[in-house]
Design a protein around this ligand. Structure first.
Ligand SMILES: NC(=O)c1ccc[n+]([C@@H]2O[C@H](COP(=O)([O-])OP(=O)(O)OC[C@H]3O[C@@H](n4cnc5c(N)ncnc54)[C@H](OP(=O)(O)O)[C@@H]3O)[C@@H](O)[C@H]2O)c1
Length: 333
């Protein structure tokens, strides 16, 4: 029986396929499904089955899930459309008679009030209503939501947000992917609910301090009223509705709703999760290496030495009207 991974053309899904291959799952037993199969052509070359799906096209889902023992449903990336899309996938999985459907939900889905959680909560309800055996991977925030913004943080000398002193249990996509693979490879997972997040939660002030330490500069956290932070995100080019959802997620962090204390992630992957400090240092090092090679890598357009970076005077006042490239927000969650 095959294991189908939806979203395999995306960042998390690809890492899940790689994790399954690392665990010696035969390539031919893995189905990498997504819209744009060009992104998984290399996996096809390695013997992984690839199948085109669109969550809006039930027939494509039925074709992809035919003969599957297990399906990993990775949540789609189009907020507002996901309940219908996920329902289509659940229906197709039921029609195909899959033995287990595993869904990447959101941390604390059973009690969070974050707007972003609504589609995940509706999907969990749809899974219950389906009668299918299912397992929930309630993923916390990605560390990459932050490390992908190092350039922005350094340009402004600031991390912006509305999370106050709230702590977030973020972890890398790679760690969430290894956990997903572990669940897919275990027996008797029906009914399991995993609350997944990093081992050491952090505040955005602590994040700013680590970014500053990695760059040898002063970076501070500036807590903004949620309306102002929303304006910053809109100024950065995010659609208003999505900017509001992201800013609302920071309020969720302030309320502790992206805090995870279960230890499930490190237990599933068999080692401590990659920490925020490790991720920041790794991201900074890779970007700095890029700078030395002359790339426009987020540490500035001009190649500069670490000493010059340290001399650069930080700008601590965020510019709400900065263009999108200057103040990027995280991707849809
Ligand atoms: N926990 C967090 O912090 C966080 C952050 C961001 C996102 N997320 C959630 O986690 C998911 C995976 O994250 P990621 O980083 O891997 O996102 P990603 O790189 O944007 O990948 C999204 C995947 O969803 C697929 N997809 C989107 N719409 C689809 C549709 N209509 N039909 C079929 N496939 C569709 C994409 O396929 P194509 O590329 O082939 O179009 C892609 O494979 C996201 O989709 C989002 O729901 C969580």
């Amino acid at each position: 029986m095959t294991i189908v991974v939806t979203g395999a053309t995306g960042q998390l899904g690809r890492l899940v396929v790689e994790a399954l291959l690392d665990q010696n799952v035969p390539a031919g037993r893995i189905v990498a499904a997504g819209r744009d199969l060009a992104k998984v052509a290399d996996l096809a070359d390695r013997g992984v089955q690839v199948r085109q799906i669109d969550f809006q096209d039930p027939a494509s889902l039925r074709r992809a899930f035919a003969g599957a023992g297990k399906v990993l449903l990775i949540s789609g990336s189009e907020p507002g459309k996901r309940v219908e899309q996920h329902q289509n996938a659940i229906t197709a999985a039921k029609d195909a008679g899959v033995g287990l459907i595993t869904y990447t939900s959101i941390a604390n889905a059973d009690h969070t009030d974050m707007q972003l959680a609504a589609e995940h909560q509706a999907t969990e309800e749809a899974l219950v209503a389906s009668g299918l055996p299912f397992a929930l991977l309630r993923n916390g925030w990605y560390l990459e939501n932050y490390t992908d913004q190092l350039r922005t943080y350094l340009e402004h000398g600031a991390v912006l947000g509305s999370a106050g002193d709230g702590r977030v249990s973020a972890a890398t996509r790679a760690d969430y992917a290894r956990a997903a693979a572990a669940v897919l490879l275990r027996d008797d997972q029906a009914g399991k609910v995993y609350e997944l997040g990093g081992d050491t939660p952090f505040t955005l002030s602590e994040l700013a301090a680590e970014v500053g330490a990695a760059a040898g500069r002063t970076v501070t956290y500036q807590d903004l009223p949620v309306g102002q932070y929303t304006e910053v995100l809109v100024g950065a080019g995010l659609p208003a509705g999505y900017a509001a959802i992201l800013a609302d997620s920071d309020l969720g962090i302030a309320r502790g709703e992206l805090l995870v204390t279960s230890g499930d992630l490190s237990a599933l992957i068999g080692r401590p999760a990659t920490s925020m400090r490790e991720a920041v240092v790794a991201a900074a090092a890779s970007r700095h290496e890029g700078t030395v090679q002359g790339a426009d890598d987020g540490w500035g357009r001009e190649p500069r030495s670490q000493r010059a970076l340290k001399r650069r005077r930080p700008r601590l006042t965020p510019d709400p009207h900065a263009p999108a490239s200057k103040v990027a927000g995280p991707t849809p969650c």
